[in-house]
Design a protein. Structure first.
Length: 103
C-alpha cells in the first residue's frame, strides 16, 4: 500500500509490543486508517510514532507521560508559530514606520 504501513509491519520492524501501538491509538496519540480489518499508520505520522516509541522504550515514559509530553509539545509548537507570526508583523510595522519617516 502506498503512503502507509500496517500495524503488524511496524511491530516487526521496530520490535515493539502490539499493545503499545494499541495504547497509543486508544489514547489519541496516533491516528490510524483501517482497511480490510488491518490498521495502518500513514508515512506522514511515522515520525510521531518513532518519537513516542523512543520516549517509551529508551526513556521509560509510560503512556500517560507520553500524553502529557505530546500535549506540551503541541503547545510549544503553537507558541513558536505565534511568535514567528508576531515577529513578521513587527517587521512589517517597522518597515512601514521607516517608510513614513522618510516622507
Amino acid at each position: 500500500m502506498d503512503g502507509r504501513i500496517s500495524r503488524e509491519e511496524l511491530v516487526k520492524i521496530y520490535q515493539i509490543e502490539i499493545s503499545f501501538f494499541d495504547e497509543l491509538e486508544e489514547s489519541g496519540l496516533l491516528k490510524t486508517e483501517v482497511a480490510d480489518n488491518i490498521r495502518y499508520l500513514t508515512y506522514d505520522d511515522l515520525p510521531v510514532f518513532e518519537r513516542l516509541a523512543n520516549w517509551h522504550y529508551d526513556l521509560g515514559v509510560n503512556t500517560p507521560g507520553l500524553e502529557v509530553i505530546s500535549h506540551l509539545m503541541q503547545k510549544i509548537e503553537k507558541l513558536q508559530h505565534e511568535n514567528r507570526s508576531m515577529i513578521r508583523r513587527m517587521r512589517l510595522l517597522s518597515d512601514r514606520w521607516d517608510e513614513a519617516e522618510l516622507l
